[in-house]
Design a protein around this ligand. Structure first.
Ligand code: ADP
Ligand code: MG
Length: 516
């Protein structure tokens, strides 16, 4: 049986407390089992109304304990799942592994339910209850006690043997599901394109193949799970027989009292029961553990520093960015100083690294080499949340979130949403099915909702707008930009005219242009 991963204590708040609660519940349950067996044996050998009433109480008590255990486990599991979901979301910020994240956040995290709510309570019970039962058995009859003591370890040994096998299977099953999720998401997103190019059928085939592989892996895991349950059942039954037969014979021969014999016969199966239950939950727990490991190994968004940023000069020193699996730099050795109040236009052909430069300033992408200094402090040492609070960013493709247009513009910020919408030329009233140009106006309105931002980062905010709308937007932008520092990725001269200085990127190399 797998011990409890000590890392969980640090990873999940309240985990130790949960284990302690399970321990207490296990101990009380053990006491209830002993009392119940004792009372039942007494009732059978010397019937009395008082004993019957007490037995009824003990049975009710045990039922109440089971209910309480379930409630505690469910409550904790819900908290743990929320913590894990938040962690996945926080980690995947800035990474682009959407499929993996989506699989984890939706279906994946629920898989830890079996581990936290079912396996752990049974595991703790399987330590506390057999121990208590064993002590009582030894005190009742040494031979019976020893028999149980010798055969009990067989259950975890067999469970571990089967379990080692299960783990590999579940790991594989989880990986398959994850790939399937990622691929499925990509295919669904690209379905219109695939249809037009006549490739939809081929992709359906791929998804079907992966789904089949996943189904097969699941069936294999289940087969192993059923087999392991059978093995544990068999071991437990044989062991109880080993205790029961000699006790029965000695009872016939008068070597042991009827009450004691009954206590032994009633308690012996109880010693094996929790271990069998834990063993049966083992394969559910294996999935949970695989998922916990998946959460741990999720690519980290860069850890944030703690220094509070001050506004001032922003200086890029030899900044180079190379994305993983790329054979050329997105930015090469870029030196650039942005002085307070300066409005810098960044121009250059598509793919030259403009968006990447903004991503570096936003802290989404960390330079492969070189550094970014904000008022002399390395961006890596800055508290990124505080840093981003000073920024207003209009991305190239603003993301629209499920919700109303109002919510999409404010994104939780206080302020006059209607005024921002008007200034951004928003003449529509829904946030669904927006065109690129409409999205860009939502992006601009979002920036307008942050009038306290010191640094404005605009990534081709008017690329998808007609000239009339662009002109109106730029008039608003000019007001917003007044007296503030800005980096404007510009693709048209109209936008460049708002700048005080122009630099050009080509293949990741920066070049100063003559002043405008
Ligand atoms: P621009 O905004 O000037 O069009 P980008 O900064 O988006 O250019 O891209 C610069 C280069 O980096 C391009 O070659 C692009 O393919 C590559 N690139 C951009 N983003 C990523 C990414 N997330 N992963 C891998 N390569 C990327
Ligand atoms: Mg770009």
């Amino acid at each position: 049986m797998r011990p409890i991963d000590p890392r969980l204590r640090e990873e999940l708040p309240g985990f130790s407390r949960y284990l302690a609660a399970l321990g207490v519940l296990g101990a009380v349950t053990a006491a209830a089992i002993l009392v119940q067996a004792e009372l039942l044996a007494t009732l059978l050998t010397a019937p009395a109304a008082g004993t019957a009433a007490a037995l009824g109480g003990a049975v009710l008590g045990r039922a109440a304990l089971t209910w309480l255990g379930g409630a505690v486990a469910d409550r904790y599991t819900t908290t743990a799942k929320t913590t894990l979901r938040n962690r996945v979301l926080a980690r995947s910020l800035g990474t682009r592994d959407a499929g993996r994240t989506a699989t984890l956040v939706t279906r994946g995290i629920d898989g830890v339910h079996g581990y936290f709510a079912e396996y752990l309570p049974k595991l703790i019970g399987s330590v506390v209850i057999p121990l208590a039962v064993l002590v009582r058995l030894v005190s009742a009859d040494l031979v019976a006690g020893l028999t149980v003591a010798v055969t009990l370890p067989l259950i975890p040994v067999f469970a571990a043997l089967v379990g080692a096998h299960t783990r590999d299977r579940t790991d594989r099953q989880w990986r398959l599901l994850s790939t399937l999720g990622g691929h499925f998401l990509d295919v669904v997103t690209g379905l219109p394109t695939l249809k037009v190019f006549g490739r939809a059928k081929a992709q359906v085939e791929t998804v079907r193949r992966m789904a089949d592989a996943h189904a097969n892996a699941t069936m294999r895991t289940l087969r192993v799970a059923f087999l392991s349950a059978l093995v544990l059942e068999l071991v437990a039954t044989l062991s109880v027989a080993l205790v029961a037969v000699p006790v029965g014979l000695r009872l016939l021969g008068g070597g042991i009292g009827a009450q004691t014999a009954l206590v032994i016969l009633l308690l012996a199966p109880e010693a094996y029961l929790p271990l069998r239950a834990a063993g049966a939950k083992f394969h559910a727990s294996a999935e949970g553990l695989a998922i916990l490991e998946e959460v741990r190994t999720l690519p980290q968004a860069h850890p944030s520093g703690t220094r509070i940023p001050s506004t001032g000069e922003i200086r890029l020193e030899g900044v180079t960015v190379r994305y993983p699996d790329r054979d050329h730099n997105a930015l090469s050795d870029v030196d650039l100083t942005i002085r307070p109040g300066e409005r810098l236009a960044l121009v250059g052909p598509s793919g030259s690294g403009k968006s990447t430069l903004l991503a570096v300033l936003l802290g989404f992408v960390q330079p492969t080499a070189g550094r970014v200094l904000v008022d002399g402090v390395d961006l890596r040492d800055l508290d990124l949340t505080a840093w981003r609070a000073q920024l207003a960013w209009v991305p190239q493709q603003p993301t629209i979130f499920p919700g109303s247009l109002h919510e999409n513009i404010s994104l939780g910020a206080e302020g006059d949403v209607a005024a921002a919408a008007k200034a951004a030329e928003i003449d529509f009233d829904r946030a669904t099915g927006l065109s690129s140009g409409q999205r860009q106006r939502v992006g601009l309105a979002r920036a307008l909702m942050r009038p306290h931002a010191d640094l404005l980062l605009f990534d081709e905010p008017t690329a998808h707008l007609d000239t009339a709308t662009e002109a109106a937007i730029l008039r608003t932008a000019a007001k917003l930009l007044d007296g503030r520092t800005a980096v404007l990725v510009a693709h048209r001269p109209a936008m460049t005219r708002l700048a005080t200085r122009v630099v050009e990127l080509r293949h990741g190399l920066l070049r100063e242009k003559t002043c405008v």
